[in-house]
Design a protein around this ligand. Structure first.
Ligand code: B12
Ligand code: SF4
Length: 481
């Protein structure tokens, strides 16, 4: 068949609406288009010239331009699955295109996703996307691993694909409709680069390791640095320079391959990126990096302003229960050592573990205060089919309305009602971004930290208002009461 036009769609949970709020705060959630789908669009564009991506994070989707495509690829994480299914269903009805769903949620739940599309493509699509397009173009059978579809009312699955080793594609960000225009003027849209995949650990609640596997695969250091430079340039406004440049390296565990991480950081230091663009960087890491003085020195020299640490819990029992290999003491020591190197620590926390009791929100905020953590993400425990926490809690879930799997309590915690747990999350955020802390930030933080703090304080306000609205739907009793 002829394949002349391909469209990629990133469904947005809360599709983009233009509002002045978007210019300086996050409009309920941080909006940056999917690096993964952009990468696939870049690869597909090698084969088909008329390739374009729409991200509902940053623009509306002009249906007229989608409907006459030959293939439409949609990408879904769990929080966007409901919207993705709705779009896929609509497109299946109104377009002759072949509708394909992929991404973490579709891969881990292909039996569910296949009901809404022609094909689900599981795993990472870097290699299979071209196989798929070429097979259709050349009327060859679609029999390679990584495909799920329904034939004669039966589900066919061709098996798991092998994860790609070569992941050196630099995404062509210009393939995302309206992205450049938005990025130039919206300070809340940050450049991001994803440099490695896979993690050797096995935390029970983590979907990432189930999707990307335990083997750590890395992009070549020169390729990563080239991507960083492209990302920074892409986000520059045409006339004035951005007041602050901030780039987020989004790897889940950047230091899992230590020698590679050192190579990347060294190359960043030797390139003239830091002087040329005066960019600051943020990176996600486990606490162990806090004991690695050599890496911390390199991070500082390479312009890293913060390490976003997956602290998750502040109770040792919770670490044990969910197979997170760390202790509260180790985390505290790591935080202190990172700060000693002049780098801020951002805390990524999970609420809703079985061990948490009433007052968990207050204790979290006290921890943040006591250890001078700058910036938090407080996330309710997630239960994605395919993860051990899902298997252990299948009977405790309130529902499987995926659109609510983005911060809300979705299960019966052990020691509280869902309603009370949600209040604890709201309380934690309210305390961390209290008036007292805001005044402190305004009086004592550097310009850069102040700007970051204010952006987040506004964002957390809208997150809290969202969490509050959901309270009416949450049971006020514990399970079985
Ligand atoms: C950067 C990031 C963000 C960014 C941008 C997200 C984006 N647009 O992609 C921002 C800040 C917006 C964000 C927000 C949130 N995030 Co986030 N985020 C990430 C992070 C760290 C990296 C994403 C990434 O670039 N991955 C790397 C690329 C290469 O992978 P990929 O996108 O999955 O794409 C590959 C494959 O999956 C596949 N593929 C993908 N799509 C398709 C489509 C087709 C057709 C095919 C064939 C293949 C395919 O091929 C791609 C290339 O190999 C991930 C963790 C992770 N490792 O993925 C968490 C992650 C996606 N976030 C998560 C969560 C929970 C959230 C929030 C809900 C947090 C919160 N409480 O606010 C919000 C949701 C916002 C909302 N919309 O409501 C979870 C989602 C869990 C799940 N089960 O879906 C993750 C997995 C983190 C985790 N540890 O669990 N996030
Ligand atoms: S360390 Fe992070 S990425 Fe690795 S399994 Fe645990 S939560 Fe997932």
């Amino acid at each position: 068949m002829k394949i002349n036009k391909i469209r990629f769609i990133e469904p947005g949970d809360r599709p983009y609406k233009p509002t002045p709020l978007n210019l300086f705060t996050y409009d309920r959630y941080i909006r940056t288009p999917s690096h993964g789908l952009m990468t696939l669009a870049t690869i597909a564009n090698e084969e088909v010239d008329d390739t374009l991506m729409y991200s509902e994070s940053i623009s509306r989707i002009p249906i007229d331009d989608i409907i006459d495509a030959d293939i439409i690829f949609l990408s879904i994480f769990t929080f966007a699955a409901t919207r993705g299914y709705k779009l896929a269903k609509f497109l299946k009805k109104h377009s002759k295109a072949i509708i394909v769903l992929g991404g973490l949620h579709a891969s881990m739940n292909y039996k569910e996703a296949v009901k809404y599309c022609d094909y689900v493509m599981t795993g990472e699509g870097d290699e299979t996307i071209l196989q798929f397009i070429k097979a259709l173009k050349n009327n060859k059978p679609l029999d390679f691993p990584g495909l799920a579809y329904i034939r004669n009312k039966e589900l066919v699955y061709t098996g798991n694909p092998t994860p790609p080793e070569n992941i050196d594609t630099i995404p062509n960000r210009y393939l995302v409709y309206n992205y450049h225009k938005m990025a130039a003027w919206h300070y809340t849209i940050w450049p991001q680069v994803h440099a490695s995949r896979g993690c050797p650990h096995n935390c029970d609640y983590c979907a990432v390791v189930r999707h990307f596997g335990h083997k750590v695969r890395t992009r070549t250091p020169a390729n990563v640095v080239a991507d960083i430079e492209e990302a920074i340039l892409f986000h520059q406004p045409p006339i004035f320079k951005r007041l602050m440049n901030f780039l987020w390296i989004t790897d889940d565990n950047f230091f899992a391959n230590r020698s590679w991480a050192i190579e990347v950081l060294t190359l960043m230091i030797h390139s003239d990126i830091i002087c040329k663009y005066k960019t600051k960087f943020s990176i996600q890491a486990r606490y162990e990096v806090g004991f690695d003085d050599e890496i911390l020195d390199l991070l500082k020299k390479a312009g890293f302003a913060e390490v976003a640490m997956g602290i998750e819990f502040i109770e040792d029992e919770s670490f044990k229960s969910y197979h997170k290999k760390s202790t509260k003491e180790e985390i505290i020591d790591a935080i202190k050592n990172i700060q000693k190197h002049g780098i801020n620590v951002r805390g990524l926390f999970i609420m809703g573990s079985d061990n948490q009791t009433k007052g968990a929100g207050k204790r979290l905020a006290e921890f943040v205060d006591k250890y001078h953590i700058k910036g938090v993400l407080i996330q309710s425990m997630y239960f994605v089919p395919g993860t051990p926490v899902y298997d252990a809690n299948k009977d405790n879930l309130l529902h499987e309305n995926w659109s609510k799997y983005r911060g809300h309590v979705v299960h019966y915690p052990k020691n509280m009602s869902p309603y009370e747990m949600q209040l604890e999350t709201i309380d934690a955020s309210r305390r961390v971004y209290s008036l007292k802390n805001t005044i402190k930030a305004l009086l004592t933080y550097s310009f850069f930290d102040k700007a970051l703090y204010l952006g987040e304080a506004f964002w957390q306000m809208s997150v809290r208002s969202d969490l509050k609205k959901e309270l009416v739907n949450l049971p006020r009793t514990m399970k079985g009461e």
